[in-house]
Design a protein around this ligand. Structure first.
Ligand SMILES: *[C@@H]1O[C@H](CO)[C@@H](O)[C@H](O)[C@H]1NC(C)=O
Ligand SMILES: *[C@@H]1O[C@H](CO)[C@@H](O)[C@H](O)[C@H]1NC(C)=O
Ligand SMILES: *[C@@H]1O[C@H](CO)[C@@H](O)[C@H](O)[C@H]1NC(C)=O
Ligand SMILES: *[C@@H]1O[C@H](CO)[C@@H](O)[C@H](O)[C@H]1NC(C)=O
Ligand SMILES: *[C@@H]1O[C@H](CO)[C@@H](O)[C@H](O)[C@H]1NC(C)=O
Ligand SMILES: *[C@@H]1O[C@H](CO)[C@@H](O)[C@H](O)[C@H]1NC(C)=O
Ligand SMILES: *[C@@H]1O[C@H](CO)[C@@H](O)[C@H](O)[C@H]1NC(C)=O
Ligand SMILES: *[C@@H]1O[C@H](CO)[C@@H](O)[C@H](O)[C@H]1NC(C)=O
Length: 453
C-alpha cells in the first residue's frame, strides 16, 4: 500500500494548488449518481475528484458526499467504477481522517490533496457514487413513512397537494421498490418532521426513477403547510423460490429481488419465520426451512432473517440488505461455501394414504400425489403398521432399491408408531428436513415391501 502511494505521488503532475470554490456531483444517468467534482478557478474548472480510500466503496465519506448534495446516504448498491470515459481528474485525495469529517468541506483539512491529473492511468479509479434520493420517515414499518426527498440540493418533505399517485410510485422506485406504492397519505399522517416543505407541483409520468426527474412547477402551490405533508407506503421486495425439482414449485431456495438486482437469503431461519415467508409467497401451508449449500459467490444478501408473523413483505422482517461480506482493493471478495442459503418447504405435506404398486414399491400419497418412500428411518415397526393400514397381516419383507440420480419421486421417509393400524399414527419426514437441499444429496434409495394376508 505504501509502495502504491509513493508511486502515485511520483506520477502526479505538479499543478499549482488553488482555492476550492465548490463541489458538484457530475450526473451520470440519475441526478443522484455521479462523480464528486470540484472547481478550482485558475487551475481546474469542474473536474472529478479521485480518492484513494482505505474503505474502498462503502467509505463513510460517500455518505457525507451524498448528504452534501441533499440526499440521504450512499446506496447499498455497489458504486460502479469506470475507466477512461471521464475528464481528467482535478485533484486526488488520500488518507482522509474520515472519522473527524463532518462535511465534505473538511476534505481540505482532513485529507492529503494532490492537484492535477495523474500522468498515468495506473490505479486510475473514478469512483461513481450512488446516493439514496429519498427516505420514508417515522412509519410503523420500513416500507412506509413521511416522504423526505432530495430535491435540488436539499432534503425536503413533500406537500401532498402537488403530489399524486404517480409521484408516490416514483418515490418508491427511487428507493428500489419498483412495484410501486400501495398507499398514500395527504394529511401528515407520519408527522410534519423538521425538513423544509417542498411546495411545488410535481408532475410525473410514473416511469421516472427519481422525483427530481419529474416536472416541477415554477411557483409554490398555495395552502401547503405542516398539515398536508405527504406519506407513502411502498410494496416491498419480491421473493421467489428456485425449485430443485420442477414438479415441486412449493419447495426451493429463497431469493429476494430489490430494484433490478437479486439477493441471496442466507443463514438460519426459524420454522415460524419460514411460515411467514411462505405466506408472503402465496402458500398457505405450514412451512419449514432447510439449508442449501451455495455454489455461487455471495454479493447482495440478507442474513438470519426473522419475522414475527403479520409482515406482508420481507422488508418488514429483521435482516438488512447487505453487500459484500469482505472487500479488497475495490472488489467484492468472493465467498465460497461459507454461508448456507435458506431453502423453504411451503406445504403441509399431509399424508393421505399408502399403497403398494405391482412391483412391491411402497408409495405414500402426499399432496394428492404418489411418492416412493425413502429408506432412511424405515423400521420394522413402520413396515408392520404400513401393512396393517393397507389391510394385510403383519408379516413383511423389506428390501431397498436404488433409483437413478435425479429421481424425483421420493419425497421423504415414512415413520409410523408401533402397534398401530391407523394412518394418523404415521407421518412423513421430509428428506430435506435433515439432508442438505441439493440434487446430489437427495435420497435415491426407496423401499419395497412384501405384506402377507
Ligand atoms: C486563495 O484565496 C486567498 C484568499 O481568498 C487568496 O489570497 C489566494 O490568492 C487564493 N489562491 C489562489 C491560488 O487563487
Ligand atoms: C447513514 O449511514 C450512517 C452509517 O454510515 C448511519 O449511521 C446513518 O444512520 C445513515 N443515515 C440514514 C439516514 O440512513
Ligand atoms: C415531493 O418530493 C418530490 C421530489 O420533489 C418533489 O418532486 C415533489 O415536488 C415533492 N412533492 C411535493 C409535494 O413537494
Ligand atoms: C399540478 O399539476 C397538474 C398537471 O399540470 C394539475 O392537473 C394539478 O391540478 C396541479 N395541482 C395543483 C395543486 O396545482
Ligand atoms: C403504480 O405502480 C403500480 C405497479 O407498477 C401500477 O400498477 C400502478 O398503476 C401505478 N400507479 C400509477 C398511478 O401510475
Ligand atoms: C414535462 O414537461 C415537458 C415539457 O413541458 C412535457 O413535454 C412533458 O410531457 C411533461 N411531463 C409530464 C410527466 O408531465
Ligand atoms: C421445523 O420443522 C421441521 C419439519 O416439520 C421439523 O423437523 C423441525 O424439528 C422443526 N424445527 C423446530 C426448531 O421446531
Ligand atoms: C441431475 O441434475 C443435475 C442438475 O439439474 C444435472 O446437472 C445432472 O446432469 C443430472 N444428472 C443426471 C444423471 O441426469
Amino acid at each position: 500500500m505504501i509502495f502504491v502511494c509513493i508511486l502515485y505521488l511520483v506520477l502526479v503532475k505538479s499543478v499549482l494548488s488553488g482555492n476550492i470554490t465548490g463541489y458538484g456531483l457530475s450526473q451520470h444517468g440519475l441526478p443522484n449518481n455521479g462523480l464528486l467534482e470540484v472547481n478550482i478557478p485558475g487551475s481546474c474548472n469542474w473536474g472529478p475528484v479521485r480518492y484513494i480510500s482505505r474503505y474502498n466503496w462503502r467509505d463513510p465519506l460517500d455518505n457525507l458526499i451524498c448528504q452534501h448534495f441533499g440526499y440521504v446516504n450512499e446506496s447499498i448498491v455497489q458504486p460502479t467504477t469506470k475507466q477512461g470515459s471521464y475528464p481528467e481528474v482535478c485533484m486526488t485525495i488520500i488518507r482522509c481522517t474520515t472519522e473527524a469529517m463532518k462535511s465534505i468541506h473538511d476534505i481540505s483539512d482532513q485529507c492529503e490533496i494532490m492537484y492535477g491529473s495523474p500522468t498515468s492511468d495506473y490505479d486510475n479509479l473514478y469512483k461513481e457514487i450512488k446516493c439514496i434520493p429519498a427516505q420514508l420517515v417515522d412509519g410503523v414499518t420500513p416500507l412506509q413513512g413521511r416522504v423526505e426527498a432530495g430535491l435540488f440540493g436539499k432534503l425536503q418533505s413533500n406537500c401532498s397537494l402537488g403530489f399524486d399517485s404517480r409521484a408516490a410510485n416514483v418515490t418508491c422506485a427511487s428507493l428500489g421498490y419498483r412495484r410501486g406504492a400501495t398507499q398514500q397519505w395527504q394529511n401528515s399522517n407520519f408527522g410534519a418532521g423538521f425538513k423544509p416543505i417542498y411546495k411545488r407541483n410535481i408532475t410525473c409520468s410514473g416511469d421516472e426513477l427519481s422525483l427530481e426527474l419529474c416536472n416541477h412547477s415554477n411557483t409554490d402551490i398555495p395552502g401547503c403547510d405542516g398539515d398536508n405533508v405527504v406519506g407513502v407506503e411502498c410494496q416491498g421486495d419480491m421473493m421467489k423460490l428456485e425449485p430443485l425439482f420442477e414438479s415441486r414449485p412449493y419447495e426451493g431456495v429463497l431469493k429476494g429481488y430489490h430494484d433490478d438486482f437479486r439477493y441471496d437469503i442466507i443463514g438460519s431461519v426459524s420454522n415460524s419465520t419460514a411460515k411467514t415467508l411462505c405466506a408472503m409467497l402465496g402458500h398457505r401451508f405450514v412451512g419449514f426451512a432447510g439449508l442449501a449449500i451455495p455454489n455461487k459467490n455471495l454479493y447482495y444478501y440478507k442474513m438470519d432473517v426473522s419475522c414475527s408473523g403479520p409482515e406482508k413483505s420481507i422488508n418488514e422482517c429483521k435482516g438488512d440488505l447487505q453487500f459484500c461480506v469482505t472487500q479488497r482493493y475495490g472488489h467484492c471478495r468472493r465467498m465460497y461455501n461459507m454461508h448456507s442459503h435458506v431453502a423453504l418447504f411451503c406445504s403441509d405435506y399431509e399424508l393421505q394414504g399408502l399403497s403398494l404398486d405391482l412391483d412391491g414399491v411402497l408409495r405414500m400419497t402426499v399432496n394428492s400425489k404418489q411418492w416412493a418412500v425413502c429408506k432412511d428411518h424405515f423400521t420394522q415397526h413402520t413396515a408392520k403398521t404400513a401393512c396393517r393400514i393397507m389391510g394385510y397381516t403383519a408379516h413383511t419383507l423389506i428390501t431397498t432399491h436404488t433409483a437413478g440420480a435425479n429421481y424425483t419421486e421420493i419425497l421423504g421417509s415414512l415413520i409410523c408408531r408401533e402397534n398401530s393400524a391407523s394412518l394418523a399414527d404415521c407421518h412423513l419426514k421430509h428428506q430435506f428436513s435433515y439432508r442438505p437441499y441439493r440434487v446430489d444429496a437427495a435420497c435415491t434409495n426407496y423401499v419395497k415391501l412384501k405384506c402377507t394376508s
